[in-house]
Write a protein that binds this ligand. Structure first.
Ligand SMILES: Cc1cc2nc3c(=O)[nH]c(=O)nc-3n(C[C@H](O)[C@H](O)[C@H](O)COP(=O)(O)OP(=O)(O)OC[C@H]3O[C@@H](n4cnc5c(N)ncnc54)[C@H](O)[C@@H]3O)c2cc1C
Length: 355
């Protein structure tokens, strides 16, 4: 019996991998022309640029385990620098890493954050690339699922553009607002509650410099901007945080160069220019960046409201009465990459239990 996984982000790929390992026929339908979802790594002139996540919590085993299974266990790299600062409007002052994470809306236990982060030698896309290769022709790109209906003991999926697919079981590994809409249209009462998950908007701008352009000493992995910074510093409001990328992980910039990544809130003007101007003032940067690369996330990192757990449990409870269908991804059981792998695997296990 064929299982269709909708969405080739890390959660969908992890689910498809689990099912494939168990010998189950899988098809992955992805609306874009690439796998990885918000995981985007671009090599630029010897630099490694991350558009989305740049690492995963070092204390969580999911990614290293998956990497070992995929034969790339030796590609996991540890964070080099430690420590974070806060920009007060006048100075960079050392701040507890747990507090910095909270200010950035990262929902993780303090001890997990203080254990640091890990990544992959060529960036977070590495496990995605290997998973996509292993899954091969099972992934169908440019196949956006527009409708989902029950069909006997299984499901019927309508694709944007008119084609259709039938499946004995489905894993929806989509952002919660997309899954909520599909499930609601399929008659799953309460599914609309999934659209309550708030996906925060952010812009990331990576900027490359020659090392001698930066006149301040870069301490630790970067800084967050104190949310109270205002008034005279109004121009800084768009800058939320900055990661010293080439200091945080090895191999992110050629020798003699520095790669930094700014997190901005949405605003007017060119984010690349805004990021450079704001960082130049804080870090004493001389001259212009060699280049910059901007990624817009109008719906980026999910944040859960108070009733989230109850809503998700309720939807899952209702799904138990339907043909096998599981939900997975950042919108439900944790937003980090490791949590998404965990959730993809759990969704696959749920489907296997019910087949
Ligand atoms: C800027 C940013 C920085 C982050 N930094 C970190 C970090 O450092 N560490 C960390 O652990 N986490 C981080 N995260 C969070 C983490 O990266 C994500 O939560 C996680 O990768 C989401 O994976 P996913 O598979 O659930 O969803 P997604 O990656 O969103 O994948 C969903 C997939 O479904 C596809 N899709 C959508 N609609 C349809 C449809 N109708 N039909 C078919 N396919 C569809 C999409 O194209 C996409 O490929 C970050 C997130 C962002 C945005």
């Amino acid at each position: 019996m064929k299982v269709i996984v909708v969405g080739a982000g890390i959660a969908g790929l992890a689910a498809a991998w689990e099912l494939t390992k168990a010998g189950i026929e899988v098809m992955v339908l992805e609306s874009e022309r690439r796998a990885g979802g918000v995981i985007v790594t671009e090599p630029v002139d010897g630099f490694v640029v991350e558009g989305g996540p740049d690492g995963f919590l070092a204390g969580e085993a999911e990614l290293p385990e998956l990497a070992r299974e995929l034969g790339i266990g030796d590609r996991v790299v540890s964070q080099r620098a430690r420590g974070t600062s806060i920009w007060t409007g006048n100075d960079l002052e050392t701040i507890d890493e747990g507090r910095a994470a909270t200010l950035l809306g990262i929902d993780a236990r303090r001890e997990d954050v203080t254990a640091g982060f890990k990544s992959f030698a060529a960036g977070m896309i590495e496990p995605v690339t290997v998973l996509a290769r292993q899954l091969g022709g099972a992934i169908r790109f440019a196949q956006g699922v527009a409708g989902l209906t029950r069909a006997g003991a299984g499901w019927h999926l309508a694709i944007t553009g008119g084609s259709t697919h039938d499946a004995g079981a489905v894993v929806l590994a989509l952002p919660a607002y997309r899954a909520g809409r599909l499930l609601e249209a399929a008659g799953v009462t309460h599914a609309r509650a999934l659209e309550d998950v708030l996906y925060a908007a952010t812009i990331t701008v990576s900027l490359a410099y020659r090392a001698e352009q930066i006149t301040s000493r870069l301490d630790g992995t970067g800084f967050v901007v104190d949310p109270g910074v205002a008034g005279d510093h109004a121009a800084l409001l768009q800058l939320r945080a900055c990661t010293y990328t080439s200091q945080k992980f090895p191999g992110r910039a050629p020798a003699g160069h520095v790669l930094v990544r700014a997190f901005l809130s949405f605003g007017d003007g060119d984010p690349g220019a805004a990021a450079h101007t704001q960082l130049a003032a804080i870090l004493g940067i001389r001259g212009e960046p060699l280049w910059s690369r901007t990624f817009y996330w109008s719906r980026g990192l999910p944040r859960y409201r108070a009733a989230h757990r109850r809503h998700v449990d309720e939807v899952r409870h209702r799904l138990e009465r339907l043909p096998p269908l599981a939900i997975a991804g950042a919108g439900y059981d944790g937003a980090g990459v490791s949590a998404c792998v965990r959730s993809g695997r759990a969704a696959a296990a749920e489907i296997m239990k019910r087949l």
